[in-house]
Design a protein around this ligand. Structure first.
Ligand code: GDP
Length: 512
């Protein structure tokens, strides 16, 4: 059922544009999508829901060539450091200043449009360099149509020039050469073109199909020739999109603006984005309140290839907002999609945790066995002395001297049955300590059942006592209740960790 597959796609964060145009989804593809979306598990519910909101259902019209219209190419500038990428972007932007309305201020939003006198448009991504290019591709976004490779005419082909060629080739994105700094007396564009032959980049004058334009980014010379070469290549690539159907796009940048709040810059890839649309991106959603172009001018609609800054995101945490943007049929669906994606991520994280713990436990068992073998020849008394020394640091840790209770710190006491389990827990906690807004402070840890000392410590630090495979007897429980100290006992490490994480997030300041 095609409709169901399109529904499923929304849940998976797979962008259809990452598939070849008009490619047929084979069974393996569909199986993967369905698996990732949890559709089997949800399909009955969705069907029911779809019947309810029938008219609102997400449907992707088949790619009808009649509805496809040309769109501006999206260009990334690559090249060796200091060859003039930033200068070129600045100069290209400046070519637009004259045509800009008075009072407009050019802002960095991650991309900008260049309007040619012929009426053509080009979208430039304004973070140069292949780090950004690769990062986007690693996220599965295939937004760049053309790479402009900047090479300084006096330096020629350098290390990062070669890397850039490789990146473009791997991505299957065609190149245009911008041979820069031609204003310099020592500039030798012909030499550059010859050097490129060794890297399988063959310019037109050598019978190849790569256009080369001699420019001076600094003086703004020949930039329009470069832009026209880009448009010519775009025409050959027949870049077209359906601006009428379902909206899909790619997040280029996201940030928190002092005045506007959380904003993202996205490039629409199909459909037309309008004010009021409900969007899903990564693990958050938006109802588009406002859209702006790179001159800070409010726009009502954005068609394919056009970058816009979007205002109206609901939750904004670092990393939550990236990848593809899709329009959802309704707010409730957006909630559900975000919840599902978050759930899937948690599951994956939990699976990783369990793997880490199991590996640690295995390691400890091995160590223990080795230790036992080493101790085998000792007497019982000697053995006890050695073990005591080895475990001393675990049994007698010092609580830090601190009286003030910080609200954004969760103090915990960790008790376990054996040192292996305590250490495994501590190792995992170490990895969580850094990324949360609420800090975790392990004020005491050790082996054995929960004791009066543990409760007293927890009380002093407003902390929580976590026990793994240990007990707390009735009098200790009574004492804890009296002092308002929480005791949490678990027999499965990942459950303990989950519980602890819940405790951490319950202490987070409310999110925006
Ligand atoms: P990037 O590292 O590739 O972004 O290079 P930049 O744009 O920062 O340029 C590096 C240096 O080269 C700067 O000092 C620029 O002023 C200079 N530069 C860039 N383009 C030209 C040019 O066309 N002619 C000359 N003479 N200098 C240039």
């Amino acid at each position: 059922d095609v409709d169901h597959i399109y529904e499923a796609l929304l849940y998976t964060d797979i962008n259809l544009d990452s598939l070849e145009p008009d490619s047929i989804l084979d069974e393996d593809h569909i199986k993967l999508i369905v698996k990732k979306s949890g559709m089997k598990y949800k399909s009955a519910k969705l069907k029911e829901e779809k019947e309810r909101e029938n008219t609102d259902a997400v449907k992707r019209p088949p790619a009808d060539p009649a509805v496809l219209t040309p769109r501006p190419p999206v260009v990334t500038i690559l090249g060796h450091v200091d060859h003039g990428k930033t200068t070129l972007l600045d100069s290209l932007r400046k070519t637009q200043v004259a045509s800009m309305e008075a009072g407009g201020i050019t802002q960095h939003i991650g991309a900008f449009l260049v309007h040619l006198p012929s009426g053509e448009k080009i979208t430039f991504l304004d973070t140069p360099g292949h780090a950004a290019f690769s990062a986007m591709r690693a996220r599965g976004t295939h937004v760049t149509d053309i790479v402009i490779l900047v090479i300084a005419a006096e330096d020629g082909v350098m290390q990062q020039t070669i890397e850039s060629i490789q990146h473009a080739k791997n991505a299957g994105v065609p190149l245009i050469l911008a041979i820069n700094k031609c204003d310099k007396p020592e500039a030798d564009p012909e030499r550059v073109k010859k050097e490129l032959l060794a890297h399988d980049v063959v310019c037109e004058e050598f019978g190849g199909d790569v256009q080369a334009v001699n420019i001076s980014a600094l003086k703004g010379e020949n930039l329009m020739v470069l832009a026209e070469a880009t448009v010519a290549l775009a025409e050959m690539l027949e870049l077209k999109a359906d601006s009428t159907g379902l909206v899909e796009g790619t997040v280029i940048e996201s940030r928190k603006d002092k005045g506007k709040g959380p904003v993202t810059t996205a490039i629409v890839q199909r459909g037309t984005l309008r004010k009021g649309c409900v969007l899903v991106a990564g693990k958050t959603w938006a109802k588009v309140r406002f859209m702006f172009d790179e001159n800070g001018k409010a726009v009502d609609a954005a068609s394919p290839g056009i970058p816009v800054e979007i205002m109206g995101w609901k939750v904004f945490r670092c990393g939550a907002l990236e990848g593809n943007v899709s329009v959802s049929s309704c707010q409730q669906r957006a909630h559900e999609v975000v919840a599902w994606r978050t759930y899937v991520e948690q599951q994956e994280r939990m699976k990783r945790d369990v793997e880490i713990i199991e590996a640690k436990q295995k390691e400890h068992r091995m160590e223990y066995k080795e230790k036992q073998e080493k101790l085998a020849h000792l007497t019982w008394r000697q053995r006890k002395a050695v073990l005591y020394k080895a475990n001393k640091h675990l049994m007698f840790s010092r609580p830090k001297e601190r009286t003030e209770v910080d609200k954004n710190v969760l103090s915990v006491i960790v008790k376990g049955d054996v040192d292996g389990s305590v250490e495994a827990i501590l190792n995992i906690l170490d990895s969580y300590d850094a990324d949360g807004e609420c800090k975790l402070d392990v004020i005491h840890f050790g082996m054995g059942d929960i004791s009066e000392t543990d409760i007293n410590l927890a009380e002093a630090f407003n902390g929580v006592v976590f026990g793994f495979s240990v007990k707390a007897n009735e009098s200790i429980k009574r004492l804890a209740a009296k002092k308002g100290v929480k005791i949490k006992l678990h027999n499965i490490i990942y459950k303990l960790i989950e519980d602890l994480k819940d405790e951490l997030s319950s202490r987070l300041p409310p999110s925006v």
